[in-house]
Design a protein around this ligand. Structure first.
Ligand code: 5GP
Ligand code: ZN
Length: 113
């Protein structure tokens, strides 16, 4: 499948896996928008949150939990962070493989969009 995140997960495209378990891989974003900018990628190829089914509920919860664990690990749990899941065209999703952005290490603006 011609999916950049599937290739990163498989190792075909090198990008350090800063965390990995049976369900997810975490990488650093190639174009960071904050001092900390990680991406939580499900190993299963799902196009977006809109393409998930009831079967994916545990996976979705796990992605959030891994975000919290990684935030703790890199030292932004106390200062805080923002989790973002861009979805579809109006959501400005550019890679069609579900991913959770974890942004921190600076003060985010109150603006949501
Ligand atoms: P989206 O806009 O789809 O929510 O976010 C996709 C993110 O993936 C962007 O922040 C972009 O910088 C990141 N990204 C795209 N290609 C690569 C890549 O090859 N490696 C890494 N580490 N991040 C990537
Ligand atoms: Zn994929």
């Amino acid at each position: 499948m011609d999916c950049i995140f599937c290739k990163i997960i498989s190792g075909e495209i090198p990008s350090p896996h800063i965390y990995e378990d049976d369900q997810v891989v975490v990488i650093n974003d190639i174009n960071p928008q904050a001092p900390v900018h990680m991406l939580v990628l499900p190993k299963k190829h799902v196009e977006s949150v809109a393409a998930t089914t009831d079967e994916d509920q545990a996976l979705l919860g796990h992605m959030m939990r891994v975000a919290a664990i990684m935030a703790e690990k890199v030292g932004i749990a106390e200062s805080g962070y923002r989790l973002i899941v861009n979805t579809g065209r109006d959501g400005a999703q550019s890679v069609l493989h579900l991913h959770l952005h974890v942004l921190g290490g600076k003060q985010m603006t109150e603006q949501m969009a």
